[in-house]
Design a protein. Structure first.
Length: 397
């Protein structure tokens, strides 16, 4: 490979949330951090070089979103996802979660119902609740090895809602929703008069044999109700550079949303955002992306081989996109509090608790494999030792 993903980049003492937040998360710091959804790979050199060039100007003043920034996004989504858009359909937003907040403010009012599909990324619940909206939790249906949508339940739960927040690809289960699934979602929402905010931040991290289908492209119904949110931040490991964008195909929807973004002064990115995005959305960026995904997939392969051998009661939901792995630990027979205790105090691993994604996440843990292979190997070693030496009857009531 051209890039060295085996490199250990020290992050302690750098104000890194993955390390600085360990005491709050686990109550201890002697744990291996595999939780926050950023990667331990060095940010690509073309990103840091773009920042250096901007620094070289000598003044970090207000910076506008040049046409070249939006054109780079248009070329990228066409190249990777076959999505035909024009620059006027694109707006900078200060983060995907902020984009969700702005959509809530534009299209709903306090007391309105907003539908999410749990288990799902926790800000989908927290942001509507914080703004006085009523969250309707439509439950995904468990399958033998993952989750799927329950369309009868969705059709029932969507009634009376103003907005649906869709996770595509899904976090934490890593599902790439099929075109047929998204078409049914669009049909149900359009019939109910519900707009859809589609969080597609993981869309550029699709793994072998799978495809990302942008929700807005699956039908005319979807086109007319979709607000798409994307970002290079996860894929290129630069979440500290707040650099996200919204894509809205329907003109009336776009005018309402973009006007609110501009009117609240949220459409102007930080001084580095546009340069970083342009640097990523290039041939060089795509080469780095493909090499990173190949490495991550080998980490997933390693985990898939090791878990049945050393921890047979833990079943991995193999992700179709991203570097996040949802672990089904229900066969361990522990309460969720006991499960968290096992990972923190026995295995000394800091993972995301499945419960943060909703009640359907209880019995699950989310593990980040966007790290050097040696880190994944160490995690498996610690997990295997904890599993081998723990008397699980100690957890029995």
């Amino acid at each position: 490979m051209k890039y060295n993903f085996d490199e250990i980049v020290p992050r302690q003492g750098t104000d890194c949330y993955k390390y600085e937040g360990l005491m709050d998360l686990c109550g201890r710091t002697d744990v291996l951090p595999l939780w926050v959804a950023d990667m331990d790979f060095r940010t690509p050199p073309f990103v840091t070089e773009a920042i250096s060039r901007r620094l070289g100007q000598g003044i970090l003043g207000y910076t506008c979103g040049m046409m070249s920034y939006k054109e780079a996004i248009c070329r990228w989504v066409k190249r990777l996802h076959g999505m035909d858009i024009t620059p006027d359909m694109v707006s900078y937003v200060p983060g995907v979660v902020s984009g969700i907040f702005l959509a809530l403010q534009t299209f709903t009012e306090k007391g309105d119902k907003v539908l999410i599909q749990q288990p799902v990324y926790h800000p989908f619940r927290l942001v509507p609740e914080a703004t006085g909206r009523i969250v309707v939790q439509n439950e995904l249906r468990r399958t033998a090895d993952s989750f799927e949508m329950d369309f009868d339940a969705l059709r029932r739960d969507i009634q009376g809602c103003k907005l649906m927040i869709l996770c595509n690809p899904h976090n934490p289960a890593g599902i790439c929703w099929s075109r047929e699934t998204l078409q049914r979602v669009a049909s149900i929402c359009a019939e109910a008069g519900v707009k859809v905010v589609s969080d597609e931040i993981h869309c550029d991290m699709v793994l072998t044999g799978h495809e990302h289908v942008p929700f807005a492209t699956v039908s005319e119904e979807a086109r007319d109700i979709a607000i798409t949110l994307q970002a290079p931040s996860k894929t290129f490991n630069m979440p500290g550079i707040v650099c996200s964008h919204a894509i809205v195909l329907n003109e009336a929807l776009r005018k309402a949303y973009f006007s609110y973004i501009e009117g609240t002064d949220q459409d102007l990115g930080n001084v580095f955002a546009y340069d970083c995005a342009r640097a990523c959305y290039t041939d060089e960026g795509d080469e780095w992306r493909q090499q990173m995904l190949a490495y991550v997939e080998e980490n997933i392969d390693y985990l898939a081989e090791a878990l049945p051998r050393v921890c047979p009661a833990i079943k991995m939901i193999r992700p179709e996109a991203s570097f996040l792995v949802f672990l089904d630990c229900r066969a361990m027979g522990l309460s969720h509090a006991e499960l968290e205790d096992f990972f923190i105090n026995k295995a000394r691993l800091a993972l995301n608790s499945g419960a943060m994604f909703g009640t359907l996440g209880e019995g699950y843990m989310r593990l980040n494999v966007g790290c050097p292979r040696s880190t994944v190997e160490q995690a498996v070693k610690q997990l295997a030792e904890a599993y081998r030496t723990t008397d699980f009857t100690d957890y029995a009531d």
